[in-house]
Ligand binder design. Structure first.
Ligand code: F6P
Length: 471
């Protein structure tokens, strides 16, 4: 097996300094969690940003760097200016809303592109410095879309894969970006460009035609004497591990303690991000309580929002918008014994999350757009009791695989409210059949199979090229 050099903006652990104390926490999001297994098995390196290391005292920093080295993590340090321009400004201020079709969230300024380009160059240099003949380089996500092209110039024969963890938008939306050509050229430096769904892949192919005039031959394109393959690889989770944890006696006892007799538990778990559809989800609960007085006092939405990108402008006002809605709905519908929205703004560990998944009657995953959404899959993997209903946005990549969920348009508050009601009254036999079908999918198509199939496609292609398949 070749050594894999994983490259992502963030390492799977993030260092923070709080009140003089060094905290090393698990990085949020599906990418960090999903790539852990492939990294452990390949014996390769993982290159990325480790967090706030610059603020550490010299001895703390040395100790931390030794720990990262043991884990085969190679840190790329970013200055505070780079974090503010490359990460907060361009990646999360511009690309993130654009790729999620939320154009009014894009700020007016255009000063951060240069920093994005420079940090991508720094990543490419670091990869090149660690590269050994025969390695496979696997670059991840929208923060690093120029890296494949930059690396191709430095190491022309390297095997380079790129996977996009967020949606690739329609070409008509993508074309808005002033640097659209540079981004596409950057991605074409890879041998294989992977997406979660076929529709993202088609959008990418249309963008190539619209912006660069390049025509893809179904799933491949020829450029500068090279073949670039395109593919849909729907990402999964470590379903077996989560199933085992969720089926443990400890988790079962915790879930039991969360449930209350005579009360339905609805569950939402998201990073606090405006793409996740939290305000409309809250409005759907409000609509349901308005229309169904018999449910008042009998349902509770446990909403976990994990702090995220707190320095990005669009995220700052968003938190108070959510808090205000929670306050309004609770003010109107709380009883002496219950509140309809039980909102928590913090991170939870895996065991606590598994207990919440097990305790829920209905899981509500209603992003306005989402590349995949692994929370929906985590809920399914946790339901070893084969019960519980998933309400899922049709605008999440996961909807193309999880047809046995109640699939809704997250912008349609009435439809979401009706789906929650339907979930609450669904006969047990139907709940079980749906959950069994969902579980089959999620357990079969797990993160290990996902990584394997991406890497095998990447290897295959190189073998056919070295066998003289291409000029
Ligand atoms: O999956 C999208 C993504 O942006 C990942 O690239 C990232 O690791 C995760 O969400 C969390 O976001 P951030 O690293 O900005 O906290």
């Amino acid at each position: 097996m070749s050594r894999i050099l994983l490259v992502s903006n963030r390492l799977p652990v993030t260092v923070k300094v709080e009140h003089g104390e060094v905290l090393v926490t698990r990085s949020p999001g599906g990418l960090a969690t999903g790539m852990k297994g492939p990294h452990e098995r390949s014996g390769g390196l993982w290159l990325g940003y480790p967090g706030d290391i610059a603020r550490l005292a010299p001895d703390q920093r040395t100790a931390l760097e030794a720990r990262l080295e043991e884990l085969r993590y190679v840190p790329l340090h970013l200055s505070s200016g780079e974090v503010s321009r490359y990460y907060e400004g361009f990646s999360n201020g511009v690309l993130w809303p654009l790729f999620h079709y939320l154009l009014d969230r894009i700020p007016l300024g255009d000063r951060d592109w240069e920093s994005y380009r420079r940090v991508n160059e720094r990543f490419a240099e670091l990869v090149a410095a660690h590269y050994r003949e025969g390695d496979v380089v696997w670059v991840h996500d929208y923060q690093l879309m120029l890296v494949p092209g930059m690396l191709r110039k430095k190491i022309p024969n390297a095997r380079i894969g790129f996977f996009l963890h967020i949606p690739f938008p329609s070409a008509e939306v993508f074309r808005i970006l002033p640097w659209r050509a540079q981004i596409l050229e950057g991605l074409l430096g890879a041998d294989l460009v992977g997406f979660h769904t076929l529709s993202y892949m088609r959008h990418f192919a249309s963008a190539l035609l619209l912006v660069l005039g390049f025509e893809a031959d179904v799933d491949r394109i020829y450029t500068e004497g090279r073949e670039v393959r395109l593919g849909a690889f729907p990402m999964g989770i470590d379903a077996a591990a989560l199933s085992t944890l969720a089926g443990s006696a400890e988790v079962e006892a915790e879930a039991q303690a969360i449930r209350q007799p005579g009360q339905h538990i609805l569950l939402g778990i998201d990073r606090l991000d405006y793409t996740k559809g939290i305000p409309r989800r809250l409005l759907a609960i409000e609509r349901l309580l308005e229309r169904e007085p018999s449910l008042r006092g009998k349902l509770r939405l446990v909403q976990v929002t994990v702090p995220s990108r707190t320095n990005v402008e669009a995220y700052q006002g968003f938190r108070s918008q959510v808090d205000e809605l929670v306050g309004r709905i609770n003010g109107a519908y709380a009883t002496v014994h219950s509140v309809p929205i039980h909102s928590m703004y913090r991170s939870f560990n895996e065991r606590q999350l598994a207990s919440l998944y097990r305790a829920a009657d209905v899981m509500i995953v209603t992003p306005l757009r989402d590349g995949m959404n692994l929370v929906a899959k985590e809920f399914v993997a946790s339901r070893t009791d084969e019960d519980g209903v998933l309400v899922l946005s049709e605008l999440a990549g996961a909807a193309s695989e999880l047809g046995d969920a109640l699939v809704v348009n997250p912008y349609d508050i009435g439809e979401v409210a009706a789906a929650i009601k339907r979930a609450l009254v669904m006969p047990e036999a139907e709940r079980r059949t749906r959950m069994q079908n969902l579980r089959r999918r999620v357990l079969q198509n797990d993160v290990h199979g996902w990584a394997r199939s991406f890497l095998e496609t990447l290897e295959e292609q190189n073998e056919s090229m070295s066998a003289g398949g291409l000029a």
